[in-house]
Design a protein around this ligand. Structure first.
Ligand code: CO
Length: 148
């Protein structure tokens, strides 16, 4: 009996949104880089300071995915409060979308709790929005708009 979980062959590339990155809250970027770069071999980009969010951000490339290390610069920042409450660990899952407003409308209509009713701007002008983990099975979801 065929399982509906297994895609039939010859259907082309998998459908659905790509995972853009996984965000991980860390207390000490240098210590986390010793693990992810020094030991596990991911490739780091530059560490950037996001003054508005009060967080240091370092993207790491693996062969098929990216990590985003988030280290708060102040305890009362969003990531600082996350660390205080939940400790180091996975902070968010980021999915690529092509119609950010449309996704936010669909999520809100379906009853999911948006952190951002309207998209916010990332450090380099990119448009993104977060969905609250209370309504998404415990994982905050970042929607990141890609322009195709
Ligand atoms: Co992110």
């Amino acid at each position: 009996m065929a399982s509906h979980h297994v895609s039939p062959p010859d259907q082309g590339p998998p459908a659905g949104p790509a995972i853009h990155h996984i965000g991980i809250a860390v207390a000490d970027t240098a210590a986390a880089l010793r693990l992810y770069v020094g030991t596990l071999g991911l490739r780091p980009g530059p560490t950037e300071l996001n003054e508005r969010e009060r967080v240091k951000i370092t993207f790491l490339d693996g062969r098929s995915g990216r990590l985003e290390l988030l280290e708060p610069t102040e305890p009362d920042s969003a990531v600082g409060r996350f660390l205080e409450k939940r400790g180091e660990g996975m902070h968010h899952l980021c999915l690529e979308v092509t119609d950010l407003e449309g996704e936010l409308t669909r999520l809100a209509t379906a009853g999911y709790q948006l952190v951002d009713q309207i998209p916010r701007r990332g450090m380099h002008g990119e448009r993104l929005a977060f969905v609250h983990p209370k309504s998404t099975h415990g994982v905050m979801i970042e929607l990141y708009e890609v322009v195709r």
